[in-house]
Design a protein around this ligand. Structure first.
Ligand SMILES: Nc1ncnc2c1ncn2[C@@H]1O[C@H](COP(=O)(O)OP(=O)(O)OP(=O)(O)O)[C@@H](O)[C@H]1O
Ligand SMILES: [Mg+2]
Length: 514
């Protein structure tokens, strides 16, 4: 076991404090008179449902937003943080919910870029050495010359963290860092964060995963609708009490699954092979069949071909050999638009790059991809009435926190962005739903709702292929679980016979009896 971090009172003096911090956006109070403090060497979790104001609060501490009123004290002195560079000068670093790296630049260039005077101003050679030193210190395997777009999201996150450390931060703010990590990567991150906190660094950690709050925090502050509900010591919390504080009601962590009989084959993969962006074969002969009224879970550690398989199925990646059939008819080689028009909806794992147009309104995003289809077209014209009522309904059922359907999507909170994608895809009345990490970044209340929707689709006859790194999610929803490892399906297990240990071993490539 890791050394316990549960000694908030034993931590150092208060490093940063806010008094009455308030931030309005047009028609919303994102932060409403928030009193908060973090001590030296403390890991302080910030928890709250989607749109409760966590990112806004963090971005205000980082100088990205200017609060309307209230005070920020740093080491007991009142400070004005009017820009990120002010924040960095003080010693505040941040890893944003949606990364801000320059994709075409190297790790080294990204770290040196936007450097301020606080960090050592080094030439390239010494900078490279310092990055290697920091990577070694925290046991991160990082090539300073790797180009950002070639890195996995998990690796990109380490670049953001290294960048902050390079700058010599005393307070590190992480906005939902584990939303993009595999369970193993999250474990690694936690042990590094605990090490940092023992070395005196303070950490503000934003997450939706209650297990993580229990595992990693010294104290936790819960926000709801911009207001602080409470700050509690982590030894006083339970998952159930946290959930209640967050959403203001009890959350059941298990949904009701009715027994349904699976129907005809819907989507068949036959010997599917494809290569990744580097040209290496990463999906190596996959045979799988998804039936009507079935949720087929694909479990696996990220990077084992899931992403590429998903892209093949939605028509975004070419197949090298094999076939994909929908109701017995081949769909491989078809465009993504034509696949969608045949009733295959999909929830991509990257909502910003693949799922949404950030400059569009919520209503426009809600019909994206269906803007040429009924009921959203009437002749050559858009049918605004149909569009508006579809969008209104989506806003309401998913409790999307925004002033109206004409609101610009880019202003939504991270979880609310995901809700727009889900409302669109689930609402499109598909016969097959392909979902890649559908509940990533959602609060427990919304996850419960989405899971109910999935089961509802299933009982209406829809087949759902669920790619998820969240094993609890896979076990909760799936009828069958296929474990993918190095581009192959190692086993397909009936959910009734599935247990965490067996799946965990398969995910690590260990078959029965090996
Ligand atoms: N730039 C902006 N313009 C207008 N409204 C905004 C802007 N940024 C955030 N908001 C609104 O402020 C509220 C709080 O959003 P915030 O991003 O802080 O939530 P959050 O707690 O981080 O949610 P999530 O868990 O979904 O990431 C939301 O209603 C959001 O729509
Ligand atoms: Mg957020």
């Amino acid at each position: 076991m890791e050394e316990s971090n549960h000694n908030a009172e034993g931590h150092g003096p208060i490093l940063l404090e806010t008094r009455g911090l308030t931030k309005h956006f047009p028609m919303v109070v994102a932060n409403d008179a928030v009193d908060f403090n973090v001590s030296q060497g403390e890991i302080h979790c910030l928890l709250g449902e989607n749109g409760s104001g966590k990112s806004t609060f963090a971005e205000s501490l980082f100088g990205f937003y200017m609060p309307d009123s209230g005070e920020i004290l740093w080491k007991g002195e009142k400070v004005e943080i009017t820009s990120p560079s002010d924040a960095m000068d003080l010693g505040i670093g941040m890893v944003h919910q949606h990364f801000m790296l320059v994709e075409t630049h190297s790790v080294l260039e990204n770290i040196m870029l936007g450097l301020n005077t606080r960090g050592p101003l080094l030439d390239e050679k010494s900078a490279r050495a310092r990055i290697t030193e920091l990577s070694d210190q925290y046991d991160v395997n990082m090539d300073p010359d790797a180009i950002i777009w070639q890195l996995s999201v998990g690796e990109q996150q380490w670049v953001e963290i290294l960048k902050a450390l390079y700058n010599g931060v005393e307070l590190l703010i992480l906005d939902e860092p584990t939303a993009v990590l595999t369970p193993q990567e999250s474990e690694r991150l936690f042990s590094v964060l605990k090490k940092m906190s023992r070395e005196g660094l303070s950490i503000i950690f934003i997450t939706h995963k209650l297990n993580e709050v229990v595992a990693v925090s010294d104290r936790v502050t819960v926000l709801r609708k911009g207001k602080k509900i409470d700050t509690i010591n982590s030894w006083e919390i339970t998952k159930a009490s946290l959930a209640r504080m967050m959403v203001g009601r009890d959350v059941v962590f298990r949904v009701q699954r009715d027994e349904v009989e699976r129907g005809q084959p819907l989507l068949e993969m036959q010997g599917v092979r494809t290569c990744n962006d580097q040209g290496l074969e990463c999906v190596r002969g996959i045979d799988l069949t998804l039936h009507e009224r079935e949720i087929l879970g694909i479990a696996g550690v990220a990077g084992n071909g899931q992403k590429e398989l998903f892209e093949v199925l939605i028509g975004m990646r070419e197949l090298d050999s094999g076939d994909v059939l929908l109701n017995g008819q081949p769909i491989s080689g078809k465009s993504s638009g034509s696949i969608r028009s045949q009733g295959i909806a999909h929830v991509p794992s990257d909502r910003i790059k693949e799922g949404l147009v950030m400059d569009f309104t919520i209503a426009e995003n809600m019909i994206l991809g269906s803007e040429w289809s009924k009921p959203f077209r009437k002749g050559t014209q858009l049918n605004n009435k149909a569009i508006n009522s579809f969008a209104e309904e989506g806003m309401e059922s998913y409790e999307i926190a925004a002033p109206s359907i004409d609101h610009v999507t880019g202003n939504l909170s991270g979880g609310n962005l995901q809700k727009v994608v889900l409302a669109r895809e689930i609402g499109s009345n598909p016969s097959v739903l392909l979902a890649n990490q559908p509940t990533r970044g959602l609060d427990v209340g919304v996850i419960e709702y989405v899971h109910q929707q999935f089961l509802e689709l299933r009982s209406r006859g829809v087949g759902i292929l669920l790619f998820s790194e969240d094993l609890d999610e896979i076990l909760t929803l799936s009828d069958c679980i296929a474990v993918i490892f190095q581009g192959e399906i190692l086993d397909v297990i009936d959910a009734e016979e599935a247990d965490l240990e067996k799946i965990g071993l398969l995910m690590a490539g260990v078959r029965d009896g090996e």
